[in-house]
Design a protein around this ligand. Structure first.
Ligand SMILES: NC(=O)c1ccc[n+]([C@@H]2O[C@H](COP(=O)([O-])OP(=O)(O)OC[C@H]3O[C@@H](n4cnc5c(N)ncnc54)[C@H](OP(=O)(O)O)[C@@H]3O)[C@@H](O)[C@H]2O)c1
Length: 314
């Protein structure tokens, strides 16, 4: 799989990342049994075999089980570590955690960022997190406090690079202004049914600041792959069908399939969008990787954009 560079001491990342959110098979840690762990490890092995080197986590995935399963996979394959870029996120705290009565909240406090990263290191069984992202904007985010946590984690060798997720451009700028090093990533929802980033300044800012945009749910949680559309006659039905038809037509012309075309469409953008693929099925993981072999022509890209917008360009 082709690669691009990330970071101040540039590290190579695969053009498509593997998202580990579903490798535990459940968001309830108590339901993650030996069989689920085996399947999760097999998914990571399939991703490595298919050429993915960029792995995306968050402390909350599977209620921490996803990082633990990944750590077990790494322990089974110690030679992987040098070839991998391991990313994780922090900052979302669920209701009643850690104490009963605490609300669902976002937490970019110095203490939480540092503690969360240290716990992720243990679960992942690594010395260093390659990329730590702030998961969702904390309404009380203080750039100076974030910078203090990031600098400490970097100085102690616990985190190499930093990024954000679901950040509006103005908050990226505010956090960046307090940091002595560059933010590397903004991970946002981008897929053919979520095009806001193309027009709300997010991708423009990535181009300007050389921030790598990562596209989460790049297949719209699988709906673009399965061809999910609303009921006939329901609002948006015609638009959804038109989009699937446009993607399928392009896929046929390129001798590939719909999922590959939907990812190749994202890869074409000059900001270097890194789609994050979330299937836990080895075959789907392998097929998605083929998107990096396609260099979509501009006309096809615009035909798909037109169908995705559901209306003509101005
Ligand atoms: N930063 C954030 O706020 C945020 C939010 C959400 C996700 N993420 C990241 O983004 C990653 C991807 O998200 P996602 O899992 O929603 O993305 P996705 O790749 O759009 O969707 C994956 C889902 O689609 C299903 N699917 C069905 N047919 C498929 C096919 N042919 N190919 C691929 N998948 C197919 C998969 O099921 P099977 O497993 O059965 O194939 C899986 O349930 C996550 O793992 C996580 O790392 C980040």
């Amino acid at each position: 799989m082709k690669t691009q560079l990330l970071g101040s001491t540039p590290i190579e990342i695969s053009r498509i990342a593997y998202g580990c959110m579903r490798i535990s098979g459940s968001w309830d840690r108590t339901k993650v049994d030996a069989e689920a762990i085996k399947k999760g490890i097999a998914a990571v092995e399939a991703a490595v075999d298919a050429g993915y080197t960029f792995f995306d986590h968050a402390d909350i995935y599977g209620d921490t089980a996803c990082e633990s399963i990944f750590g077990q996979a790494l322990a089974l394959h110690p030679t992987w570590r040098d070839k991998m870029v391991i990313a994780t996120k922090c900052g979302i705290r669920f209701e009643d955690e850690p104490l009963p009565g605490q609300p669902h909240r976002y937490d970019f406090s110095f203490e939480h960022i540092v503690q969360s990263a240290e716990e992720s290191l243990k679960r992942l069984q690594v010395e260093t997190i390659d990329l730590l992202m702030l998961h969702r904007p904390d309404f009380l985010a203080d750039p100076q406090e974030i910078a203090r946590a990031f600098v400490k984690l970097r100085d102690e060798g616990k985190v190499r690079e930093f990024g954000v997720s679901n950040f509006r451009p103005s908050l990226v700028s505010a956090v960046q202004s307090a940091l002595p090093f560059a933010l590397q990533v903004n991970q946002v929802e981008i897929h053919l049914r979520r095009l806001a980033c193309f027009t709300d300044g997010t991708l423009d800012q990535c181009l300007e600041r050389k921030i790598t945009p990562m596209a989460w749910s790049s297949l719209q949680q699988g709906r673009l792959a399965t061809g999910h559309v609303p009921q006939p006659g329901a609002p948006g039905y015609d638009h959804h069908v038109e989009l699937l038809r446009a993607v399928d037509t392009a896929a046929e012309a390129y001798g590939t399939e719909r999922t590959v075309m939907a990812l190749a469409w994202l890869l074409k953008h000059p900001s270097g969008i890194v789609p994050v693929v979330g299937s836990a099925k080895p075959e789907s993981i392998r097929i998605a990787a083929c998107a990096t072999e396609i260099d979509l022509d501009r006309d096809t890209w615009y035909r798909i954009l037109r169908a995705a917008r559901g209306e003509k360009l101005p």
